[in-house]
Write a protein that binds this ligand. Sequence first.
Ligand code: NDP
Length: 453
Amino acid sequence: MSDYTKDLMADVKAKNPAQPEFHQAVEEVIESLTIVLEKHPEYRSAKILERLIEPERVIMFRVPWVDEQGEIHINRGYRIEMNSAIGPYKGGLRFHPSVNLGILKFLAFEQVFKNSLTTLPMGGGKGGSDFDPKGKSDLKIMRFCQAFMSELFRHIGPNTDIPAGDIGVGGREIGYLFGQYKKLKNEFTGILTGKGLNWGGSLIRSEATGYGNVYFGAEMLATRDNTYEGKTCLVSGSGNVAQFTTEKILQLGGKVVTLSDSNGYIFDEEGIDEKKLAFVMNLKNVKRGRIKEYADEYKNAVFTPFDHNAEQNPLWDHKADCAFPSATQNEINEKDAQNLLNNGVIMVSEGANMPTTLDGAKLFLDNKILYGPAKAANAGGVAVSGLEMSQNSMRIPWSREEVDNRLQQIMKNIHTTCKDTAERFGTPGNYVNGANIGGFLKVADSMMDQGVV
Ligand code: NDP
């Protein structure tokens, strides 16, 4: 890091105390951008980085709601409108008890670069609440979503800010949020993405993040004349991203042996085939059960509970070729990264946002494995959200093949951008630099064009 970037980082920490995830996301990007700032002092004098790390707008609000027993609950709602240089704010909503300002700022910051990489005209944003949907009745979920949208609706719009899903926000929640927006505004617009197919949703949106990540991995493997055929893969999580990552790996000839939720993980040495995956999808999306039940159903599988205070995550300590972290941030630390390397993993492609700590990522880079960082590898989700917006504007839905082909092409293009940019800036094979610099340049140049705003 140069003196300039060191000072900048110190300033970020001083101005944003108690936001370690935000510091981490900024530090990773700043490290990559050091080379760019040396070549392009104009970005430095225009204070592009200083402006990028300051959200354009932060909205925080009270979400009061009443459950079916008449009890009143108060949650906290947020929307971070991070950067609109290349398009309206776009990014998901996360409902999880761990949600706080720092976590949403890290996610919004990452989103700016990710959206830029998709080549679609989308700025970056993120939002959510500390509400925990786990185990709650549909009625509670609906009441909460309606209360949340009763405030959020005044800040968003189809040309201003278009939220989507994330952890804890799937099709059910998007439906309730959309219904309330429509009632309050009396207009039917593409205000959210991830909508149901009957009311403006896009085919392949549910699959997009997982499929896109596996497509990105295929591109990385191809650079070493390799494919998924016969590869053993570790996948974490068991939600939207994990499910469709598993589905696509199976279709491309690989074997998935793990899945998890916040209570623990299952290891199925024989592999999770299509029938078992259908069981997981029903368990998680319909019954809303726990991954432990997989081991009750399939006796050969082993369930191991997580000890969240342990030094390492045992899920990452199995013999494998590829790993797809698809649960949450910082689920691979330095020790886990070392375990993955010791177990023969040649590729890590990130479905979750920032699932690897800075130390862990450094190990992957130093060992020159294929390491696809989240803002490139999981950009398929927001890319198809962008395609959903296009279909809404045209009022014409595209076929499954059309959307899937576009998704594949977008993931190919993102891969090429990352690979070529890394080479151009003297760090061939470093997809972290490629993604950060590739995403940055378009946003930075747009900010330069638009003046100090
Ligand atoms: P889901 O809510 O569908 O699934 C999340 C999964 O991760 C669940 O299995 C959940 O377990 C587990 N999980 C969540 N928090 C934790 C935690 N603190 N510790 C351990 N496990 C945890 O979310 P998604 O699949 O949509 O999102 C997963 C990741 O992918 C997130 O990082 C998200 O930001 C990222 N992402 C998602 C996109 C999308 O289109 N959905 C797009 C791009 C990135 P449990 O049920 O026990 O909470």
